[in-house]
Design a protein around this ligand. Structure first.
Ligand code: GCV
Length: 622
């Protein structure tokens, strides 16, 4: 690998004062190939980075940009795979992308600007410790594997390589029949296996260090091995054999939910747990953090702890499909921290993040969403890092933010509490999936779409009636999902008295006047949380006003406007949910609503799955 560390350090020096910075490649004493050690000689003001690899030297050198790192220390990544998943399509749209169009150009020669952007992208990733990127959507076009596209992948790989970033591709399982002219894509068919072997050869001839394939199979209409009566393991292993001679990996997604069980939250486990131990050694099963789909809060997926013989990748979503798109401030590190604290992690060997990156000037739409990209990388590197430390690091390194000592604690408070506010005003105490149909922006607990899958509709999840609310997933009276968890968790989740309050309505259907340990009823608790979410956003607006001057006026204004939209949305969420549930239960919201159900129910934003709704659009609908 070409090593860029020297160049990077000489281009813009870190703050520390050192007469010399030495980079020494030395394998002795290291077991992790990406580890590094920093030693400081305070007498002659010299600093030495030592690592067994060029990549480790790069990480060591870049770590000097983080405040307080110019001292003796050793660090190493806890996960081998730390990878972004772009859901970018060949036509430039991005599924669930809220920061403009894709940065990848597939059709015309790369411009100088694009090459410079890709270099910046790579440096930002390397600074966060990210070492891989899947360039295209898991809903993959078979055309991605056409030779002209692979040549472009090779060009991108050449740009990213010096920063230690490998490229991977999402592949469409039906490619052999769609672009290869074969009659089938059956993984046990010899011609099909040969087609993939030849394709792998073609790819590695262009990109010798190509990372491998990411596959969404038999999920949401994507083709897969089950179309031919084969298992996920049959499909994954066939691809694994094609990549194996070149050192490539298969990342096979467990995001499946064919209606084999009436509870969607149980389906991935039901399909994958029996396959545990049946995958080739270069296959990793990629599991979303929660059992449903990137909700603002979910308990961990029972596949963590439920697949002890298979290496896993934890999939997180950096783009805010379910957390207010690029309009809402939601610093996601506390959510991921919660996941890493709770989920059994023995078999997690990698962490993937669905990217929030597009071609907007600031790359992430909401300027502060840049912190989520960085925090993802840092937690993938070391899941034990604390979200409040990461945000301070990010703020100190971010050139467009200048926070003084009194402002930093306020800023950290605003960031670290932001996700909990979102949970509060969207779906507190374990409620989930109350989102508007399709685009998932805003509340629609009332949503009904004739002919739609039941488990795509909010009513399936809230199950509210005049007596109570919540999804009964107990073994005793419900779907039995609690039994998929390791025993200690299963017992805790099964009983509403021991179930953490934050997951209560995820696992239990309870009467409206069921009393929580605090003495509040479910209805009172819901009211308190919804109100607190709205108040939290009001407080974030105040904090931001106090921080005026910490950034360029245009960026300040942009964030101020987004917070205003978020405040209006939070009220919309609270009113929509409390009015709707109040109507069903015959209970009154504790505060006067600003919107009536009659106003809210007919609202259709008319946006697709590739767009962030503008302030103007939202204001015209409210
Ligand atoms: C890429 C959810 C999203 C889809 C996404 C899917 C997945 O269902 O709404 O847009 O598809 O997850 O993760 O495959």
């Amino acid at each position: 690998m070409a090593l860029n560390a020297v160049e990077i350090l000489s281009n813009s020096s870190p703050d520390y004062y050192f007469n010399t910075i030495k980079l020494i490649e030395n394998k002795k004493g290291f077991s992790n190939p990406e580890a590094y050690t920093i030693t400081v000689d305070s007498l002659d003001h010299s600093l030495t980075v030592t690592s067994p690899s060029g990549q480790g030297l790069l990480y060591g050198a870049l770590s000097l940009y983080r405040p307080g790192n110019g001292k003796n220390h050793t660090d190493y990544p806890r996960n081998e795979i730390r990878i972004l998943n772009h859901w970018d399509n060949l036509d430039g749209t991005i599924e669930r992308g809220y920061a403009g169009k894709s940065i990848w150009n597939w059709d015309t020669p790369l411009t100088e600007d694009q090459i410079s952007l890709y270099n910046k992208y790579a440096l930002a990733n390397a600074m966060a410790g990210i070492n891989g990127t899947v360039l295209n959507n898991v809903n993959a076009s078979p055309n991605m594997l056409n030779h002209d596209k692979l040549e472009r992948v090779a060009e991108i790989a050449d740009i990213l390589r010096p920063y230690g970033i490998k490229v991977y591709l999402s592949v469409n399982f039906a490619s052999p029949s769609v672009i290869g002219g074969l009659e089938t894509a059956d993984p046990l068919n010899k011609e099909v296996a040969k087609w993939w072997k030849d394709k792998a050869k073609e790819i590695y001839a262009l990109i010798p260090d190509f990372g491998g394939f990411l596959v969404k199979a038999n999920s949401e209409g994507q083709p897969g091995p089950c179309d031919f009566g084969r298992t996920h393991a049959d499909g994954a292993n066939m691809l694994a054999k094609a990549l194996k001679p070149f050192g490539g990996k298969v990342m096979w997604r467990a995001f499946v939910y064919s209606p084999s069980d009436p509870d969607r939250a149980k389906q991935a486990y039901a399909e994958f747990n029996p396959l545990d131990g049946k995958f080739d050694d270069n296959v990793l099963v990629q599991v979303k953090n929660g059992p449903v789909d990137f909700q603002p809060r979910e308990p961990f997926s029972p596949l963590f702890g439920g697949m002890t013989e298979t290496p896993l990748i934890a999939e997180l979503q950096i783009t805010q499909e379910y957390l207010g798109h690029a309009n809402h401030l939601a610093y996601l590190a506390p959510m991921w921290e919660e996941f890493f604290e709770e989920a059994p992690s023995d078999n997690i060997k990698g962490v993937a993040g669905v990217a929030n990156i597009g071609d907007n000037e600031n790359l992430t739409g909401h300027p502060l969403a840049q912190a989520n990209w960085y925090a993802f990388g840092r937690l993938a590197w070391n899941p034990q890092l604390k979200s409040e430390d990461i945000i301070e690091e990010w703020a100190e390194m971010t050139p467009w933010l200048n926070l003084d000592e009194t402002q930093m604690p306020e800023f950290k408070k605003m960031m670290c509490e932001s996700r909990e506010h979102v949970v509060d005003y969207m779906m507190p105490i374990g409620l989930h999936h109350q989102f508007a149909w399709g685009h998932h922006y805003g509340p629609q607990p009332w949503c009904e779409i004739p002919g739609a899958r039941a488990d795509w509709l909010p009513k399936y999840y809230h199950k509210a009636d005049k007596n109570g609310i919540g999804f009964d997933r107990t073994v005793a009276t419900g779907s039995g999902a609690t039994a998929q968890y390791p025993e200690s968790f299963a017992n805790q989740f099964e009983n509403p008295k021991t179930c953490p309050e934050k997951y209560l309505l995820w696992f239990h259907h309870l009467d409206w006047n069921y009393k929580l340990p605090s003495g509040e009823t479910i209805w009172e608790s819901l009211n308190r949380h919804y109100d607190s979410g709205v108040d939290g956003v009001a407080e974030m607006r105040k904090i931001w006003q106090n921080l005026e001057g910490c950034t360029d006026p245009d960026i300040y204004k942009d964030i101020e406007n987004r917070l205003l939209t978020q405040h209006k949305d939070a009220i919309w969420w609270r009113d929509g949910c409390l009015e709707y549930f109040g109507n069903i239960s015959n209970l009154k919201p504790s505060k006067l609503s600003m919107h009536t159900l009659e106003d809210m129910i007919p609202v259709e934003l008319g946006i697709d799955n590739y767009t962030n709704p503008s302030k103007e659009l939202l204001d015209s609908k409210r």
